[in-house]
Design a protein around this ligand. Structure first.
Ligand code: GLA
Length: 663
């Protein structure tokens, strides 16, 4: 179990470093991420490298028995780089420049940025590839975090190259983007631009491809660095830190290229339900690369600096959220950062070693967690425990939130997380997968809002149901192909047979609290054996041909019409396919989930727990956590892997947790 933090010794005089290492040992730190923002110190001028200080830091750490996750330092180019090469600066869709003075001010597709970054990576990798302290390579940092897309001339040129590779022939692009609409037909790839600011709605195919391109440009940067590290002879695993469900980067496409995934996660202590969003993020990380334990690369020991109000963590909450990550597949708990900064934008951000020193609650909790993690034995890797898959797909996310839809207020991530929360409250273990992966041994698959459905995904979903699986999908599902065009023959052209229905109209509705100036049908309730709730945003008109109705709308223009349907899978395999014709509210999703769990017999990891208690399975290891305000008795039996004692049920105080190997 790795334990540690981002370590930024360049922010401190050298006399502080030995104290850092001594304190790290006191806290049980095993690993630090070094040099993430040190480009300006490592390369003070083009062509000149200063490694003497870094040599000394790495030696000190190594002597102290602390391993290094060595950064490539490319996330924040130094001022000399943009002064000499202003073309590396990114631009927004208006053409405004993102100037230096912060960080991440680089255009990912800029050949000059890539050359400069590449020279730095090669110099670092050649120097430290063989150093025994280096156990992991940390490429860049949070690719795309602040800069979700770049529209610079470098991006323009790279977009044209990317499109040439994708379509080969400009007429193929014209057909894909439907450019006969509004006289957008291109004569050559050199006429195409990134979707910069335009008078009105931009071409949906172009927008979607630009999203793919943006993710691919960041991935190209990662791959370039990875290849240079390997070319320098390094054999350690290579990672870059993800940010959970981060819209600009299609991590499902990235994950195969990383040796080990790592993630940064900052749940808001002001939100009493943020632990469920954090659980979602952990499950996503595990699902993206199921056979390799991931690392929690960054979290905060206490308060942040970047929310409007930065609440402290409650006593014990930091350890509880760490246990959550371990229970959901992590083999390392690291923080941003080791020693709280004295200067700079993040000086109020908490750290392992607070500015107020070691007489603080934060420090005591840091030391206690270090001791607990050190006591843990190795945990099962690659356990596939979930019986339920929740479909989460980046390309669909981009497309479903495109413009000019029947309903333009759909928040895909929020809807998927609503379904996740309902399963989490019932202590059901969930994987988060693309539709192509639903055949990996699940009993129940839930696929909300699968607007863009690739042929392979549709085939996998259909085969899943025919093979005896239970599917829940809808609304606004199976509507377009992978370039955001309608498929010929109406909607649900791929899943209509499995579902026994087609959608004829999407039926947008207006929120009940919308101002009177927004007239129109308000949200419509539904009820039936599938449960009751409020249908929001969409109330689709279905043509049901071969399914039974499990709930109907009870008011509004669809009163009496089907809201939830079910069709038994063909072939006598015992499977089923449900369709939900609206976006149910929180209570509605919970009701439908409860109905589906009962109907399909999917069991919780542990029965009878209150909603504020979380349980996760990792092979034969159960992690139980009390996020609630009252003590709870949890019937978990086996060996407590921290204390080594055998337990026959435990009482968990608020924010208390146990990691138990089942007997
Ligand atoms: C991100 C970055 C870190 C730091 C933290 C602060 O995760 O990677 O460098 O800025 O945010 O929360």
């Amino acid at each position: 179990m790795h334990y540690g933090a981002d370590y930024n010794p360049e922010q401190w005089p050298e006399e502080v470093w030995p104290d850092d290492v001594a304190r790290m040992r006191e806290a049980g730190v095993t690993t630090v991420s070094l040099g993430i923002f040190a480009w300006a110190r490592i390369q003070p001028r083009e062509g000149e490298f200063d490694f003497a200080w870094l040599d000394r830091v790495i030696e000190l750490l190594h002597e102290g028995g602390i391993a290094v996750d060595l950064a490539t330092a490319t996330a924040s180019p130094p001022p000399w780089a943009s002064a000499a090469y202003p073309e590396i600066l990114p631009r927004d869709e208006d053409g405004s420049v993102y100037w230096p003075g912060s960080r991440q001010q680089f255009a990912p597709s800029s050949p000059v940025y890539r050359r400069l970054a590449g020279e730095l990576v090669t110099a670092i990798a050649e120097r430290y590839a063989g150093h025994p302290a280096v156990v992991l390579w940390h490429v860049n940092n949070e690719y795309g975090c602040h800069l979700h897309a770049d529209y610079s001339d470098a991006a323009r040129d790279a977009f044209r190259r990317w499109l040439r590779e994708r379509y080969a022939d400009i007429d193929a692009l014209n057909a894909a983007w439907g450019t006969n609409f509004w006289s957008q037909r291109y004569g050559s790839f050199d006429e195409v631009f990134p979707p910069r600011k335009a008078p009105y709605s931009r071409n949906p195919g172009q927008m979607l491809d630009f999203r793919r391109f943006t993710s691919d440009m960041l991935l190209e940067c990662f791959l370039m660095e990875r290849d240079l590290i390997r070319a320098a002879g390094a054999t350690q695993p290579i990672t870059t830190n993800f940010m959970g469900a981060f819209k600009p980067a299609d991590y499902a496409k990235w994950a195969p290229h990383l040796d080990v995934l790592s993630d940064d996660c900052y749940p808001d202590p002001n939100d009493p339900e943020s632990f469920r969003a954090a659980a979602f993020q952990r499950d996503l990380l595990r699902s993206l690369k199921p056979d390799v334990p991931w690392l929690l690369m960054e979290q905060a020991t206490n308060a942040l600096n970047w929310r409007p109000a930065n609440a402290p963590k409650a006593p014990g909450q930091m350890a509880a959220l760490s246990a959550q990550a371990i229970g959901r597949g992590a083999d390392g708990i690291l923080f941003f950062q080791w020693r709280q900064s004295r200067a700079g934008a993040e000086k109020f951000h908490s750290a392992m070693l607070p500015h107020a020193g070691t007489g603080t609650r934060t420090w005591r909790e840091v030391v206690a967690l270090g001791a607990d993690l050190a006591a843990l034995p190795s945990l099962p890797a690659g356990a596939r425990d979930a019986r339920v898959a929740l479909v989460f797909d980046w390309e669909n996310w981009w497309a479903v939130e495109g413009s000019d839809h029947p309903q333009n207020q759909v928040d895909y991530l929020a809807v998927v997380q609503r379904w996740y929360r309902a399963l989490h409250r019932r202590h059901v273990q969930v994987d988060l997968v693309t539709p192509e992966r639903v055949g990996e041994g699940y009993d129940l698959v839930i696929a909300p809002l699968l607007y863009l459905l690739r042929e392979e995904g549709a085939a996998a979903l259909a085969a899943f149901v025919e093979g005896g699986g239970h599917l829940v999908t809808g609304p606004f599902t199976d509507v377009v192909d992978e370039i955001d065009r309608f498929r010929m023959g109406g909607f649900q052209t791929q899943l209509g047979g499995v579902l026994g229905l087609r959608v004829e109209d999407f039926g947008a509705m207006v929120a009940p609290d919308a101002p009177a100036s927004e007239p129109g049908e308000r949200f419509a309730p539904f009820s039936g054996v599938a449960g009751a709730g409020m249908g929001t945003l969409l109330a689709e008109e279905l043509r049901v041909t071969d399914a039974s109705v499990e709930a109907s709308f009870t008011a509004g223009r669809r009163a009496g019409a089907p809201a939830v349907t079910v069709r038994a899978g063909a072939g006598g395999g015992g499977g089923s396919a449900r369709y939900v014709a609206t976006i149910p509210d929180e209570a509605g999703v919970q009701a439908v989930v409860d109905h589906v769990l009962a109907a399909t017999g999917v069991a919780p990891v542990l029965a009878g727990l209150p909603e504020g208690v979380e349980v996760a399975r990792r092979g034969d290891v159960l992690t139980v956590i009390n996020h609630g305000a009252e003590p709870v008795e949890v019937p978990v039996r086996g060996t407590d892997l921290v204390s080594g004692e055998s337990v026959g049920g435990v009482v968990l105080e608020p924010h208390d947790w146990r990691i138990v190997r089942e007997s």
